[in-house]
Write a protein that binds this ligand. Sequence first.
Ligand SMILES: [Ca+2]
Length: 265
Amino acid sequence: MIEPKLPWMACLLTLLLGVNGAPAPAQTAGTVFRDCAECPDMVVIPAGGYLMGSKPGPFSTPPSDEQPQHAVTLESFALGKYEVTQEQWIAVMGDNPSSNSSGPTLPVEMVSWDDIRVFIEKLNAKTGKRYRLPTESEWEYAARAGGTSAYSFGDIVSELGNHAWFRGNSGNKTHPVGGKAANEFGLHDMHGNVWEWVEDCYQPNYVGAPADSSAAPRQDACDRVFRGGSWVSNLPDFLRSAYRYRFLPFIRLSYLGFRVARTLP
Ligand SMILES: [Ca+2]
């Protein structure tokens, strides 16, 4: 007797395509997906581990807030392939607060950490997904993209211009996202263009920092961290993967934006 093959094949097709015939959300690291036409492109970041922070090395005296270097283990998550753009912000919020508003694919800026909370609430309501800001450990893991150097591409400052917009090459303005080379995880502009808010309350060092991807413990009226340097950064040090800066959550600046993370599935 020959087994009927169709039910088995139908089962497989359902797994591959989803119940409505649309592609099922792929969880394979490196996969790029988008939850709606005007939603950010998201990259599936692999699970893994790394050493967060800095130790004496090519930059012999890293700021004390990057120490102690410590091990962090992370589950897979999704992160924006680019900084959130002005057209993506407008699609959710209906306005454009940006200082340099000369193009739809420029990164949105002049958005506070508090403003972003509203954006994410609306994006989640629109998509039914769990968007959020990346935690500080997720952001640094994604910026390093498997590397242990100052930048995702190594330690050579003269190569920064291939990967980042900063004071030395930006012409004192933001640039359309994705104009520079991606890192090994397929992410653009982790170094430069606009600084990127992350979830965490700033802590002055990593003593007692979480060993997983959770955010630092909440404090009342804390500064929120942002990362990666920007078009206005005049020192290459500011664009290092481990470099940290922070402001109160209501601050809006022309060189400060964000990218979204999304919990999987
Ligand atoms: Ca950036």
